[in-house]
Design a protein around this ligand. Structure first.
Ligand SMILES: [Zn+2]
Length: 96
């Protein structure tokens, strides 16, 4: 008694499906993990919710900005700082 039964899960839990439009957006913008069903319907400014590949936070992005947005705001700042530091470092090394 008290033995835990090992549950072998073979079926993937029911997940919301990406719409054709969302699939097309992901094909056009590689690296964006669009949350299934998050694309807002027309009319008006349409947006999707993407998942930050770095920390997993969600972020709402207008379609017009999707080509330049990949990370959540905090990771974008972090990535920018790191890129600047790398550039500074590279410059320092070439001067020595
Ligand atoms: Zn992030």
């Amino acid at each position: 008694m008290g033995r835990k039964k090992k549950v072998v899960e073979q079926t993937v839990p029911v997940e919301p499906q990406h719409t054709q439009e969302e699939l097309a957006l992901m094909a056009r913008h590689p690296g964006r993990a669009i949350q299934p069903g998050s694309l807002t319907p027309p009319p008006g400014k349409r947006s999707v919710v993407i998942l930050c590949p770095s920390c997993g936070q969600t972020r709402q992005v207008y379609l017009a900005d999707l080509h330049q947005v990949k990370l959540c705001p905090s990771c974008t700042v972090k990535a920018r700082k790191e890129a600047a530091r790398a550039r500074r470092q590279a410059r320092k090394e070439t001067q020595q």
